[in-house]
Design a protein around this ligand. Sequence first.
Ligand SMILES: CC(C)(COP(=O)(O)OP(=O)(O)OC[C@H]1O[C@@H](n2cnc3c(N)ncnc32)[C@H](O)[C@@H]1OP(=O)(O)O)[C@@H](O)C(=O)NCCC(=O)NCCS
Length: 158
Amino acid sequence: MNSLAKIDEIFIRPMHQEDLHDVMLIENASFPSPWPRNLFIRELGNPISDLFVAMSSGRAGDLVLGYIVCWLVAGDVHIHNVAVHPHFRRGGIASALLEYVLSYYQQRGAQTIYLEVREQNRPAQELYKKFQFHPVGLRHRYYSDTEEDAIVMQRPIV
Ligand SMILES: CC(C)(COP(=O)(O)OP(=O)(O)OC[C@H]1O[C@@H](n2cnc3c(N)ncnc32)[C@H](O)[C@@H]1OP(=O)(O)O)[C@@H](O)C(=O)NCCC(=O)NCCS
C-alpha cells in the first residue's frame, strides 16, 4: 500500500468489494484476531449493516485510509469495527468516520450508538471519550484471543 506524506482531504463513501484488498491490509495490521475477508463480504450483503471507507485521492489513485462497520437494529446503532491505516493514525480519520456515522444515523432517526472496546485499548477509549461515549457495562472475557474484558460504551445520537 502506498503512503502519503500528508493527507490534505479525505472523503467518506460506502465500502465496495473492490476496497477489500486495502481494507484487509488495515484489518490485519490493526487487530489480534482480524476479521477474515469473507466476513466483510457477508457484511456487504447484510441489509442491517452499513460499511463506510475514508478515502484520500493521491497520485497513485484513491487510497483507503480507514473504515467503519455499523449495524442499525431497532433504532440502536452498534459499531462492529473501526480501524485506520497505521501510517495515518492520529490524523483525524477515525474522528471523521465517527462524525459521518453520527450524522448518517441521526438523519435516519436512530436513538443511541454503542460499541465494545478492549480494556487495554487506550487509543480507542480516548477516541470514544472525545466523542462523549461513556462506559455502561463490562463484558467479562469477551475477547477469547486475549481473554480481555470488553468495556461497553454508549452515547445518545442527538
Ligand atoms: C483507535 C483508532 C481507530 C483511532 O484512529 P485515528 O484516526 O488515529 O483517531 P483520530 O486521529 O481521529 O483521533 C481522535 C482522538 O482519539 C484519541 N486518540 C487516538 N489515538 C490515540 C492514541 N494513540 N493515544 C491516545 N489518544 C488517542 C485522541 O483523543 C484523539 O484526539 P487528538 O488527536 O486531538 O488528541 C486507531 O488507533 C486504530 O485503527 N487502532 C487499531 C484498531 C482499533 O483499535 N479499533 C477500535 C476498536 S474498538
